[in-house]
Design a protein around this ligand. Structure first.
Ligand SMILES: [Cu+2]
Length: 466
């Protein structure tokens, strides 16, 4: 008897078993045993002549699509039943509600559509197919009583396509077409009142992140990192963001003080906005797409650096920018995997978005030159402990303040520690010609691609990357 208090009798299906008054009595007992369960009559559209409820061929329900949820999250059907879903998008982002070839079109916020699915013989998942949304929770489980669950969506089982995740081959080298991201940082052009007018396009493009490994990256201007912006305190930035992609995107400049709901709103494909702010505070800042799930948009490459110089900045011989991020590989040529991002399971940790980039393309400097390396950790989730093997930083600037400057105390710094969305710069010199490794001193990540080489002087590089 108590078998009927288990899944078979949960939710509305309790009422659909429809074996007559005996079972109805059992259902009531079950309900009394578990006052948290509320029986639903949504499955009962009629009664047999003898007054007993009967199972209908089609279950009609209302489905609410919100920003990263589907309500109800689970329904139960009898084998052979169909589903008529009145689907409304109550969110801001576009969503759809699909099972293979069946389902709604892409619905904008406020739009509705009624669609039919089934009849069902096995348990399935109906999902929102916008990349990342199913993994973020936009799944409705259709449980066919007593039937197995069929995998669907881009949850924890692999990529949206069902293809296996891309794998980095540690000994691979970039092809002849490969060009490293130039780490040289040009000086600021601003003077403290300069207007910077910049066009940024949000796009989705396939890029190489390690030799032979490509991912669909979500970008600003088809590149990861996005363009490095630089100015001085008092400069005004007027950025026109145009969404030339197929997904919703947005932008959030950490160097700005603006209302989140205005400038940082999500743009539908084809839309533009102008994001204008005065740079009031110096720092090495991140900018990024903040569209939900922001973890997926940042984890997929939608970030860059905006450097606001303090009013006074010492002269150096060379300046560089290194942005640490980690990637969570999806299948080859597909977006990164949101499930891995949610579980902190990164595959590679990289400077300027390529595995062992500056080991493959060492950075040429000279001994005794004064170097300033700007470092930004964009995460989305991992920390950074920026260190150069063989030198000591005599100047450390982190999050808008000098932690160390040369003085009679002769202090030295071995690493700049940065949590996600923190930045700064270090200054140093190499005392002798030779090779100097750049790493994050969280060493489990060095083997995952967070390594580069400074080549001080005309010295042999060899095969350091391997
Ligand atoms: Cu985005």
């Amino acid at each position: 008897m108590y078998a009927f208090t288990t899944d078979v009798t949960r939710k509305w299906s309790r009422a659909t078993v429809a074996l007559g008054l005996v079972l109805a009595t059992l259902a009531l007992v079950a309900c009394n045993d578990d006052p948290g369960r509320t029986p639903s009559t949504s499955s009962i559209s009629g009664q047999d002549l003898d007054g007993a409820p009967r199972v209908t061929e089609t279950l009609e329900i209302d489905v609410e699509l919100g920003d990263l949820y589907i309500e109800p999250a689970t329904i139960q059907l009898e084998a052979g039943q169909s589903l008529l879903a009145n689907v409304s998008n109550v969110g801001v982002l576009p969503h759809d509600f699909r099972l293979d070839e069946a389902g709604t079109r892409m619905l904008n916020g406020g739009e509705s559509e009624t669609v039919e699915f089934g009849p069902f013989e096995q348990s399935v998942q109906i999902i929102c197919t916008v990349p990342g949304h199913a993994a973020a929770g936009m799944i409705m489980n259709v449980e066919v009583v007593g039937a197995p669950v069929a995998a669907n969506g881009d949850g924890h089982h692999g990529g949206a396509s069902g293809e296996p995740f891309a794998q980095v081959r540690p000994n691979a080298t970039p092809g002849p077409e490969w060009e490293p991201f130039d780490p040289v940082l040009p000086p600021a052009v601003g003077t403290g009142g300069t207007l910077h007018q910049i066009q940024l396009d949000a796009t989705e493009v396939v890029l190489e992140v390690a030799p032979g490994v490509t991912q669909e990256m979500w970008t600003f201007n088809d590149q990861v990192p996005g363009p490095v912006l630089r100015g001085k305190v008092g400069d005004v930035f007027e950025i026109t963001l145009t969404n030339r992609g197929r997904l919703g995107h947005s932008i959030d400049f950490h160097a700005s003080k603006v209302a989140w709901d205005q400038e940082m709103r999500t743009l539908a494909p084809g839309e533009s906005l102008v994001y204008r702010f005065e740079a009031k505070h110096a720092g090495v800042y991140m900018y990024h797409c903040g569209t939900a799930p922001a973890l997926h948009h940042i984890g997929n490459g939608m970030w860059g650096a905006i450097i606001i110089d303090p009013p006074v900045l010492a002269e150096v011989d060379r300046e560089f920018i290194f942005i640490q991020s980690e990637f969570y590989l999806g299948p080859e040529g597909e977006p990164g995997d949101l499930g891995k991002m949610q579980r902190d399971e990164w595959d590679i940790v990289v400077f300027n978005a390529y595995h062992n980039q500056y080991a493959h393309a060492p950075i040429r400097i000279e001994a005794h030159e004064r170097i300033r390396a700007h470092v930004l950790n964009v995460g989305p989730s991992e920390n950074s402990s920026f260190h150069i093997v063989g030198t000591i930083f005599d100047t450390v600037y982190k999050e808008g303040a000098y932690l160390l400057r040369p003085d009679e105390m002769r202090g030295g710094s071995q690493a700049l520690d940065l949590q996600p969305a923190q930045g700064g710069f270090v200054e140093f010199e190499m005392d002798a010609e030779g090779l100097y490794l750049m790493v994050t001193h969280k060493f489990s990540n060095v083997g995952k691609g967070a390594m580069g080489i400074f080549q001080a002087g005309d010295v042999e590089v060899g095969d350091v990357a391997h």
